[in-house]
Write a protein that binds this ligand. Structure first.
Ligand SMILES: [Zn+2]
Length: 106
């Protein structure tokens, strides 16, 4: 199995992209939803877009990593140890133990 290069998106960045680009909220509305300033939201979403475009252009895998922000949607996690991927909801987001190898460090 060839290893793809990886781009790490934080949950904050993932949520910012979702709100801005998928749900099409204005930056102000999205910033309110994430309880950050509009300037901070702008930085987060700009970073996130750069990472996603980099992944698309360079054929890298996108990983979503832990962040301070909790979202109410399903998020996919990726185990650093055994590479297993799995999805968790908001309720389970604090429990990021890998269901396969029980590694806790992702
Ligand atoms: Zn694992």
């Amino acid at each position: 199995m060839s290893m793809l290069e990886e781009v790490n998106l934080t949950i904050d960045e993932f949520e910012a992209l979702r709100l801005a680009d998928l749900e099409a909220y204005s930056q102000e509305e999205a910033a309110n939803k994430m309880q950050v300033s509009r300037a901070t939201f702008g930085r987060i979403v700009e970073n996130a877009r750069k990472k996603v475009v980099d992944a698309l252009v360079s054929g890298k895998a996108i990983l979503i990593e832990g962040g301070k922000f909790q979202i109410d949607n399903i998020v996919e996690f990726h185990c650093r140890k055994c590479k297993r991927q799995w999805k968790v909801s908001k309720l389970e987001i604090k429990n990021k133990k890998c269901p396969n190898c029980r590694d806790n460090t992702n």
